[in-house]
Structures are given as C-alpha cells and as structure tokens.
Design a binder for this molecule. Structure first.
Ligand code: ADP
Length: 189
C-alpha cells in the first residue's frame, strides 16, 4: 500500500503560508487541503466545508469526547481543530493532504503521523511580520498585536519541524519548498 503523504505548513500569522500553499497547489494539484473545524462564526465570504467546517460548540465538544480530533485548541475563546475521521477518509483513498496549522497543531499531526513532512515558514524579522500584517489589512490593530505577541513562542518551536524555510524573497521560498516536497514525494518512507 502506498505511504500516506501529509504536508504540514506552519508559520506566524502573516508569515506567508497561504501565499506559498497556493503556489504549491498549482504545482501539485493532487494534494487536497485539510479543512479545519471551528466554533467561530462564519464570515460572509466563507463557505462551510471549504474554508472551515463550522460547528456549534456542543457538537464540537461531542466530537472531542469521541476522540475525533487529531488536535484541537481554544484560541481567543473559539475552538479549532482537525478531525481524525476526515483525515483518515482522505488517506484511505490515497489522497495526499496539505495542512495549514499553528505550531502546536502541526506538531500534533507529526505525532500522529510521523511520516508527515512539517515545514515552518519563517519571516526575516518581527518588524517585517508587522509590515506584512498591516499591509494585508485583514485584522484590527489589537488582533495584529496579539499575533505578533505569539511570534517568539512560535519561532522557539521551529526547531521541532522537519525544515525551516525563510520567506524573505517569495520566489526563493517557493523554490525551496518545492524542492523539499519533491524530495519527500520521491523518498520511500
Ligand atoms: P499567512 O497565511 O501565513 O497568515 P499570508 O500568505 O496571508 O500569510 O501572507 C501575509 C501577507 O504577506 C500577504 O499580504 C502576502 O501577500 C505577504 N507576503 C507573503 N510572502 C511575502 C514575501 N516574501 N515578501 C513580502 N510579502 C509577502
């Protein structure tokens, strides 16, 4: 049977994960994105089942008790997690999966699936991270400060990843990531 293929990306918020993952999916369209579950409110632009699986808190908690989460966390009062049954369903039919997770979530996936490739996308500095978050303009100032406050913690976990890729120049970072994935797909684990 073919080996499970799981590709896990993590970075500080604003580090460039989504931008890089978009490029990876263009090159490796066989990867399917792992949709996280959350209790937070759906934004009008979001689609249930595509951006997130939106769950009522009580339903989320039932699934936690049923041990259906590979990882879950409470962030600012809302629950987020990755459902084991959804991941296993994809792996059972041989689908390679790509994950976009915070550092703790990424490391939980690695504990459950040691064959996963975990990549930490780093930024040149906290000042540059602030510039990117401000330029993206998606969060309030308070939210940006909260994201920056997590930066040192996230960075301190980066040595637990299979590889750290510096996203200074985007094209360089994308080529480095592509190379890591090619090696991963070529190697028989
Ligand atoms: P994340 O998904 O990690 O939160 P995004 O992919 O949304 O981060 O990137 C955050 C912002 O930084 C976006 O506006 C993106 O266009 C920009 N960005 C990403 N990579 C670079 C880079 N190498 N140089 C400058 N800006 C970048």
């Amino acid at each position: 049977m073919a080996e499970n293929k799981l590709l896990v990306f993590s970075s500080p918020s604003g580090g460039g994960k989504s931008t890089i993952i978009k490029r990876i999916l263009e090159r490796f369209p066989q990867f399917q994105f792992s949709v996280s579950s959350t209790t937070r409110e759906k934004k009008p632009s979001e689609v249930d089942g595509i951006d997130y699986e939106f769950l009522k808190r009580e339903n989320f908690e039932v699934l936690v008790r049923a041990k259906d989460f590979l990882e879950h966390e409470e962030v600012h009062g809302q629950l987020y997690g990755t459902r084991k049954s959804l991941v296993e369903k994809m792996l059972d039919v041989g689908t390679p999966i790509i994950f976009d997770l915070d550092v703790l979530g990424a490391l939980s996936i690695k504990r459950n699936f040691p064959e996963a490739l975990t990549l930490y996308i780093d930024v040149p500095s906290i000042e540059e991270l602030r510039r990117r978050l401000e330029k993206r303009g998606r969060e309030s100032n308070d939210e940006i400060e909260r994201r920056l406050a997590r930066y040192l913690f996230e960075r301190s976990m980066s040595n637990k990843f299979d590889a750290v890729i510096l996203n200074e120049d985007l094209e360089t970072a994308v080529s480095e990531v592509l190379k890591k994935i090619e090696d991963y797909l070529d190697s028989s684990h």
